[in-house]
Design a binder for this molecule. Structure first.
Ligand SMILES: C[S@@+](CC[C@H](N)C(=O)[O-])C[C@H]1O[C@@H](n2cnc3c(N)ncnc32)[C@H](O)[C@@H]1O
Length: 430
């Protein structure tokens, strides 16, 4: 279970536990010679203290006595950072500050009550252990040790052929399969068993979660999700687009896409009449506006809700000071619903489109908060299955676009869709 506790404001989610349960074998009988479970590398979630530069951390070590009751720095560090900033805020920063002011009370109330609840159920410690602070050295070392091991490079997706009609029927993988990258690129792939599996792709080992499907392809082949009979219409489409921003460019973690390209994602043809569309947005105000004012109307998606994911440390603090003008400890989740393409009148003379939209609108709360300890790999998001379950039909068909991992019972698409399935991210436990 990913959800540790919940209240009327939202959920505390344990991402690491969710992964470990996903890759834990349920079947105690050896399956094709292997009886192994896997756990996601623990240090990748070993976030003990707020994110800061080493130089800043050293200053905080010296100024423990200046810690406030909430663990927030009231020290020279804050003052030092403030002094550094000479330039006036630009237009985007002013709008971002306005946005923050609008949402801050509601998000803070939610976070505070959820953290208290997390302490009550024993998930978070009730007291901060200052000896334990290490500026997340273990977590940072764990990320570094992963290096750039990633055979699912974006380039491999461009070289694949357009699949023939026969290939569009896809392939089914089983445990211990040994396949080449070129045999799975641009083809629907399915793993139907209830236990996790290990497969070899170009001699690298990858883990598959139970009952997953994927399409490893570039955006130019995204239409396969719609044309191949392997894929259903989806009840929920989640995406974390490769937004263009400075940190993606600097870190060179993946290719980004222009906002204009995102307009061409065929959402209306991928979703059902009422499917939910869930878009992760970085804190840039321009992106938030773009989703609401341009993307959603283009996709015929009606805006329903705006939720926030707040990242906290194991010691129950936010990873950045909440009101910091530079970095926010939260990311935004914008939720909408696909509109019916045409309206019909029901027996009571009421417009069917209005009825269905009202149904969806009344179900999705306008604001909610998800609190979790983040994975320290750049841009990894928490799992949404359990949180969204109550707003979806039973056994929903769900699709993640721009995925870097697979999800049980979901279809995942992207040019790095197997990246975080690589065995290097996991430890075997027998
Ligand atoms: C922000 S990341 C997604 C992160 C993901 N939510 C996670 O939790 O790991 C965006 C992904 O989109 C992929 N991407 C960028 N351009 C693409 C394209 N043209 N076609 C398919 N995927 C693309 C990137 O390679 C990257 O894997």
């Amino acid at each position: 279970m990913a959800v540790v506790c919940k209240n009327e404001h939202g959920w505390v989610v344990d991402h690491k536990q969710y992964l470990d349960q996903t890759y834990c074998r349920r079947n105690t009988q050896p399956y094709e010679g292997v009886l192994t479970s896997f756990q996601f590398q623990a240090d990748l979630f070993n976030i003990k203290c707020p994110f800061m530069m080493d130089s800043q951390f050293e200053v905080t070590q010296e100024s423990h006595s200046h810690m406030g009751a909430t663990g927030e720095l009231e020290s020279s560090v804050k003052r030092k950072r403030k002094r550094k900033r000479k330039a006036e805020l630009n237009y985007g920063e002013v709008k971002a500050a306005e946005y923050h002011d609008q949402i801050k009370d509601q998000v803070l109330t939610a976070v505070n009550t959820l953290l208290e609840l997390g302490k009550e159920v024993g998930y978070f410690p009730t007291e901060k252990n200052l000896q334990d602070l290490d500026n997340n050295v273990r977590a940072r070392a764990a990320v570094k040790s992963l290096g750039e091991t990633d055979i699912c490079t974006e380039e491999s997706c461009y070289h694949g052929d357009f699949p023939s009609i026969k290939d569009q029927q896809g392939i089914i993988l089983k445990h211990n399969d040994d396949v080449t990258m070129s045999s799975i690129v641009n083809r629907p792939v399915r793993y139907p068993r209830d236990d996790p599996a290990v497969v070899s792709v170009d001699n690298d080992l990858y883990l598959l979660p139970p009952r997953c499907s994927f399409l490893l392809s570039d955006f130019s082949r995204v239409n396969l999700l719609q044309t191949s009979t392997e894929f259903p219409r989806f009840d929920m489409i989640v995406m974390d687009p490769p937004w263009q921003n400075k940190s993606v460019k600097r870190l060179k973690k993946y290719y980004s896409m222009s906002n204009e390209d995102l307009l061409d994602i065929p959402i209306p043809r991928l979703g059902t009449d009422n499917s939910l569309v869930v878009v992760w947005v970085t804190n840039r105000w321009q992106h938030i506006q773009f989703v609401k004012d341009t993307l959603f109307p283009r996709w015929s998606v009606q805006f329903l809700a705006e939720w926030h994911w707040v990242k906290v440390t194991k010691a129950c603090e936010m990873v950045y000071t909440f009101d910091s003008p530079h970095r926010k400890p939260y990311e935004v989740l914008i939720i909408g619903s696909c509109r019916k393409p045409k309206t019909e009148t029901n027996s009571e003379g009421i417009d069917e489109e209005t009825v269905s939209q009202e149904r969806a609108t009344s179900q999705i709360p306008v604001s909610k908060v998800i609190v979790s300890i983040p994975c320290c790999i750049h841009s990894v998001k928490p799992p949404l299955q359990e949180v969204m379950k109550e707003y979806l039909p039973p056994n929903p068909h769900c699709l993640e676009l721009f995925a870097r991992n697979l999800t049980p019972d979901w279809t995942s698409w992207g040019n790095q869709v197997l990246k975080h399935q690589h065995k290097i991210y996991f430890d075997a436990v027998t």
